[in-house]
Design a protein. Structure first.
Length: 88
């Protein structure tokens, strides 16, 4: 098996095409994004209460929310682009 390819009849190649692999990873990222955002939103609960001012926590939450929205928009565009490429 030179090159890692299985040449026996009826066997599919081990490696996926680059486009389908990328599409699957984009779907995985889209499924994990809300979990990551939830973790980042819950993170201030672990901060020491007396040391962190409320204004800093609110700024952190706003920035986290804005980045979550940006990531969602970018993932949606990438998934839409991948779906269009799959159709054509």
């Amino acid at each position: 098996m030179p090159g890692g390819e299985d040449t026996r009849p009826g066997r599919r190649p081990i490696f996926l095409a680059r486009a389908s692999y990328r599409r699957r990873r984009l779907r995985d990222a889209a499924l994990l994004a809300p979990l990551a955002a939830g973790f980042l939103w819950a993170l201030p609960l672990l901060w020491p209460r007396g040391d962190t001012p409320a204004s800093r926590v609110l700024v952190y939450l706003f920035v986290t929310w804005a980045l979550s929205v940006l990531v969602a928009v970018l993932l949606a565009r990438a998934l839409r682009r991948a779906a269009r490429a799959e159709e054509s």
